[in-house]
Design a protein around this ligand. Structure first.
Ligand SMILES: O=C(O)C(=O)C[C@]1(C(=O)O)C=C[C@@H](O)C=C1
Length: 401
């Protein structure tokens, strides 16, 4: 007979003959032990020591944030008798602060995470005066709303508007301090309607935001078998074309003004789904069927921040101009040559009908530098000699992450 260990109790008849229920609960206990391991006294002491240290660090961080907020308030006062948040806002300074955060970073947190944290701190410091009002293509839950918070932080007050035109109008009228509008997607190219607004609007470009766009298929039931119709903005349908062809070849595809509008419609019918960002699932009470479903994993949308004035250089800027060329040989070459000769690197050129007579074109050109830079001023002077008109749309800090 086997000797039992000292102190071991004699097995009860029930234990002697293990029944399946006991076995199951033993398995459950093992799993629970793996998740919450029983700690030794030494590791418990270490845990509370580290937590005490974290408490101390949190207190220091909090004191420093309060001190920083106070200093930001002093800077605000030094700016004079300003009346609104926009009078305190300095995008060039914010870009410099965030670039320094990136330069200093040695981990373990990523640049993206640290930039987000510091963006929120600056956003809160600025909102001490009054939050910025920022118009975007709504309703809530759109990627434009995400771009607003990425650029201005969550202390800004987002104003959901129904069209890109309305975003421009609200900023022009002063009802919003800034507007955020999509301008191009890495896979789908330019959003023409945004570019065309600059042909007539007096607004300036004050910033750019790059947003990694992840698309999800959302519905009320959460079952792909129920889906007979897919709603989305035309750009989102295009970004998910391959996935839709493979998984929902029979479903009707319907484009709407925004993905959030699509989510709103999908909320009302079991046989409909929407393509939208994950946050729309939360906002509209939908379930995620699948995602990310965009065809390209690096799918990124670039947004422009529009405002009523230009800001000084940040040290790493981009300038956007609109050039109307004369109808003569080499006209475009004469626009581009000065940029090259003054060492300005051109990132983008786009031609659009000028809305000034038949077959006349305007060129939207983006290049590195700020209008206050000598090289940029010299190049623009030379371009102006050959162009029939040149309009400076803005000089603004290059997107930070
Ligand atoms: O440096 C300034 O001009 C400030 O107002 C301070 C501060 C900041 O918190 O760092 C706040 C808001 C501005 O947009 C830029 C920077």
């Amino acid at each position: 007979m086997k000797k039992s260990k000292p102190g071991a109790r004699k097995p009860s008849p029930a234990q002697a003959k293990p029944n399946p229920a006991t076995k199951r609960s033993a398995v459950r206990k093992k799993a629970a032990d793996e998740i919450v391991p029983v700690r030794s006294d030494a590791s418990r002491a270490m845990l509370s020591e580290v937590r005490a240290r974290i408490d101390g660090i949190d207190q220091t961080i909090q004191e420093l944030i309060a001190e920083r907020a106070e200093k930001a308030r002093q800077v605000g006062k030094a700016k004079g008798a300003a009346k609104a948040a926009i009078d305190y806002y300095r995008p060039e300074r914010e870009a410099q602060v965030l670039r320094r955060v990136v330069d200093r970073n040695e981990g373990p947190l990523t640049d993206e995470v640290l930039v987000r944290v510091f963006r929120e701190i600056m956003s809160a410091c600025l909102a001490q005066q009054e939050p910025l009002k920022v118009g975007y293509l709504g309703p809530e839950g759109t990627f434009s709303q995400q771009a607003v918070y990425k650029h201005f932080g969550h202390s800004a007050h987002g104003l959901p508007l129904t069209t890109i035109e309305e975003v421009f109008q609200e900023v022009e009228s002063g009802a919003a301090d800034f507007g955020v509008v999509p301008v191009e997607n890495s896979g789908q190219g330019t959003i023409q309607s945004t570019l065309d607004m600059f042909l007539t609007s007096p607004l300036k470009i004050c910033g750019e935001v790059e947003l990694r766009v992840h698309q999800y298929l959302l519905s009320r039931t959460g079952h792909i078998e129920d889906v007979e119709r897919v709603y989305a903005h035309a750009q989102s349908l295009a970004q998910c074309k391959t996935w839709l062809r493979q998984h929902l070849p029979q479903a009707e595809k319907q484009s709407l003004a925004s993905n959030a509008e699509a989510a709103r419609r999908a909320r009302n019918a079991d046989d409909s789904a929407a393509i939208a960002g994950k946050s729309a699932a939360h906002v509209y009470g939908l379930k995620v069927i699948a995602g990310p479903i965009e065809d390209r994993p690096d799918n990124t949308t670039r947004f422009l921040v529009v405002g009523r004035e230009l800001f000084p250089p940040s040290g790493n800027d981009r300038t956007s101009v609109l050039v109307y060329v004369k109808d003569k040989p080499g006209a475009l070459f004469n626009v581009l040559r000065p940029l090259a000769e003054h060492g300005l690197s051109m990132n983008r050129i786009e031609s659009r009908p000028a809305h000034q007579g038949l077959w006349r074109y305007a060129f939207f050109i983006d290049f590195g530098g700020h209008v206050e830079d000598e090289a940029v001023q010299a190049a623009l002077k030379e371009i102006a000699r050959d162009a029939s008109e040149i309009k400076i749309l803005g000089s603004y800090p290059c997107a930070i992450l």
